[in-house]
Design a protein around this ligand. Structure first.
Ligand code: FAD
Length: 378
């Protein structure tokens, strides 16, 4: 008989795991309290690259980008190939050293990344030529996509493979965690995966399983269109802690990270005016394309929650024998979801997980400070 598995959470991780388990013959049910993609995944910037310094992260990210490209080839999503540039500004030696070191380690892992000096940046990326760069790096296996399009495509594929996709269904766990209580029913499963984003800790606490994870708030905005926006590389300014990528003729700008724990049921999902002002100042200072008479205008801005762990690595694997968790992405959960969802699906069905991400490396009650994930420093 096929293994009956429940997935709680219809974000990028949950839909991928549900689809991959259904394809492998499991009897999978995905529960989502709202619509699929209504959590962090629908708020993500949709940036993806394989430029990671740790070998395990690099392999995961490479597989994820490969899956994005496969879906693009099938016409299910649009993955825009676009270089990812990260840089430290002149005078910021700490981050400049970290950029140099990260590139060395990425290259040792076989990543297609290259160090660039100020002249090379000006030559290759004139749209950010006005930045006084100390050192920059470029990753070529990179791009961006609409994150909701991925979640919808994977949810559709999960359903096509036979998974039940129950949206508008907020669940709680009961007994040893393999019983799921919906508003109308109670169902027992052979295994349960909790991929409920910022709510994951709260759900597991309901069955007495502690995990060391804290939700923290990050922000983003989209500008209106302007000439030359498409020539801006996806970029991360390590000195300013801000990033951008082209979006619908304008730019999407992000960060505004608040390094403290937020309540997933009570946080402000709108961006702060101070974040908006600082982002526009940063754009003025960073993007050197012709913008005509007009300044950058804000089309939309928002905030969402990312999830932090004590060592900045994910919690991916079993917390009890048939109760699994998938969270703790430090702002890099969307770009890795196609691979991490695949790996947790395999682990639940008896295959290998990722040892470095095994949640049982922690007791669950560790105290720790939230440190943001968008950084070049280890
Ligand atoms: C502004 C912003 C920009 C970002 N940019 C990027 C980026 O460019 N690249 C990148 O890799 N990452 C990015 N991230 C991080 C990324 O969004 C997350 O790491 C990733 O989407 C998390 O996916 P998930 O499936 O684990 O969680 P989520 O997408 O949060 O999904 C969890 C789901 O569980 C559901 N749920 C919760 N409780 C219950 C319950 N009791 N019953 C049923 N369902 C429940 C929620 O409704 C939600 O849909 C960004 C995040 C933000 C906020």
């Amino acid at each position: 008989m096929s293994r009956r598995v429940a997935v709680v959470g219809g974000g990028a991780l949950g839909v991928t795991a549900a689809r991959d388990m259904a394809v492998r013959g499991a009897d999978a049910t995905l529960y989502e309290r709202d619509e699929v993609g209504s959590g962090a995944s629908g708020r993500a910037a949709g940036i993806a690259y394989d430029a990671f310094a740790e070998d395990v992260d690099a392999a995961v990210a490479e597989r994820a980008v490969e899956r994005f490209r496969e879906l693009d080839a099938e016409g299910a999503i649009e993955f825009a190939d676009h270089p990812y540039v990260w840089f430290a500004r002149a005078g910021d030696e700490r981050h400049a050293d970290a950029v140099r070191e990260s590139v060395e380690r990425m290259r040792a892992n076989g990543r297609d990344v290259e160090l660039l000096d100020a002249a090379a940046i000006a030559d290759r990326f004139p749209a950010i030529a006005s930045v006084d760069v100390a050192v920059a790096a470029v990753a070529r296996n990179a791009g961006y996509l609409d994150p909701k399009s991925y979640v919808r495509a994977m949810a559709d594929r999960a359903a096509a493979a036979g998974a039940a996709v129950e949206t508008g269904t907020k669940v709680a766990l009961a007994d040893d965690g393999t019983t799921v209580e919906t508003p109308s029913d109670t169902e027992s499963f052979d295994a349960v995966l909790v991929a409920a984003g910022a709510h994951t800790k709260r759900l597991l606490a309901g069955v007495g399983v502690p995990i060391p994870m804290k939700p923290y708030r990050v922000q983003a905005l989209a500008t209106g269109p302007f000439d030359g926006a498409g020539a801006v590389p996806t970029c991360y300014d390590a000195t300013a802690g801000r990033y951008a990528r082209p979006r619908e003729g304008g730019l999407l700008v992000g960060d505004g990270t608040q390094e403290r724990e937020f309540d997933p049921d009570d946080y402000d999902a709108d961006a702060d005016p101070a974040f908006e002002r600082a982002s526009l100042d940063w754009l003025d200072d960073t993007v050197s394309t012709e913008r005509g008479e007009s300044e950058f205008g804000i089309r939309r801005s928002w905030a969402g929650l990312c999830t932090a762990t004590p060592d900045r690595d994910p919690l991916l694997g079993p917390v009890e024998s048939d109760l699994f968790v998938a969270t703790g992405w430090h702002g890099h959960g969307f770009m890795r979801a196609p691979a991490l969802g695949e790996r947790i699906a395999e682990a639940i069905l008896g295959g290998d997980g990722i040892e470095a991400f095994d949640p049982r490396r922690f007791d669950g009650d560790e105290s720790f400070e939230v440190v943001e994930g968008m950084t070049v420093e280890e």
